[in-house]
Design a protein around this ligand. Structure first.
Ligand code: ASP
Length: 329
């Protein structure tokens, strides 16, 4: 009998295991994927990105190492990157075709699968905080546009003029976009979306993603980042995912949920599941990447672009990487 029980435990796929108390917290972050090559980066930009990723990881780690919740950690981590003008989220968001900023964000709690998302918001300083407010203070999951802006003001969240998000670099990208008439999906013109996934000491997962979308987007375009199941997903039974890339393809693949479903239902190893979905997206014509974290603390990066701003932290320390061939712990 005992033998049978042990055998049963060994055979049980990881995905069906209940979240166990787990003192080994972990935090993983991304700052966008794209044509990120050494030859295209200045040393200043390289170190600014690494410093920002480290700051974000440090902020989330402080919460996790003191026993805080994964949900609080991913929100705090993403806020740091939203406030940093180097990333396409919050300040530093790309311009729409009409020279404004429309921000998208989402957050999900793997413990309950509660989720909150906002699309095309224009005045909330930290859209990730608004996504969380939607999750916790409204009966809804997804609010968009003017209504979401109104909800944000009613909740008393810090408001900023739309020009707060503008930076000279992003304006140059819009000018280049308009002169060259490149597609709004051109990866080169938008990278810098940010996201985080975390596992807390209680064994719970959470995921968060925030973006300005794609340079020159029109007609109220919304990408994958605020779409639960596409750009963001968290489920304690499987994994937490945050994606970055050409959102249209990630939506069509149901990317984040698909990765979790493969792990939960097929028992696939997380790297196998993530690589398969990124490959599928590549096959459709999309570019980008994902960060994935499981309840057992397995951390995965998968991307089909030259690079992805990324990093992780746990009790053993921190590491950040930019290029495809960067060392990763
Ligand atoms: N996925 C984002 C979007 O399509 C952009 C990005 O991640 O670079 O809006």
């Amino acid at each position: 009998m005992r033998m049978l029980l042990i055998l049963g435990a060994l055979l049980m796929p990881a995905a069906t295991a209940e979240a166990q108390p787990n003192t080994d917290w972990k935090l993983v972050v991304h700052g966008g994927a794209g044509t990120i090559e050494r030859s295209k980066m200045t040393p200043q930009k390289d170190s600014a990105i690494r410093a920002a990723l480290n700051r974000a990881l440090e902020t989330g780690s402080r919460i996790l190492s003191s026993g805080g919740a994964a949900l609080d950690a991913v929100e705090a981590t993403v806020r740091v990157l939203e406030d940093d003008p180097n990333f396409n989220a919050g300040r530093g968001a790309v311009f729409t075709y009409d020279e404004t900023h429309e921000l998208d964000a989402s957050i999900m709690d793997g413990r309950t699968r509660a989720a909150g998302a906002v699309a095309a918001v224009s005045a909330t300083r930290n859209p990730i905080g608004l996504a969380r407010a939607v999750m916790e203070k409204s009966p809804h999951v997804f609010l968009a546009g003017k209504g979401a802006d109104r909800f944000s003001a009613e909740q008393g969240l810090p408001q900023v003029p739309n020009s707060y998000f503008s930076t000279p670099d992003r304006r140059r990208q819009l000018d280049a976009f308009k002169t060259k008439k490149v597609s709004a999906l051109e990866i080169e013109y938008k990278y810098g979306t940010v996201g985080a996934v975390a596992l807390d000491a209680k064994g719970h997962l959470a995921a968060a993603t925030s973006t300005g979308g794609t340079t020159g987007k029109r007609w109220g375009r919304i990408g994958d980042s605020p779409v639960i199941g596409a750009g963001t997903y968290a489920d304690d039974r499987a994994c937490a995912v945050s994606a970055t890339g050409t959102g249209e393809y990630f939506i069509r693949a149901g990317a984040a949920h698909e990765i979790c479903a493969r792990i939960r239902l097929k028992g696939e190893a997380p790297q196998v599941a993530a690589d398969a979905v990124i490959k599928e997206i590549g096959g459709l014509g999309g570019d980008g990447g994902v960060i994935v974290l499981t309840p057992r603390g397995e951390r995965v990066y998968s991307f089909n672009t030259k690079g992805m701003y990324r990093g992780m932290a746990d009790k053993a320390g921190r590491s950040v990487a930019i290029y495809g061939d960067d060392d990763e712990r």
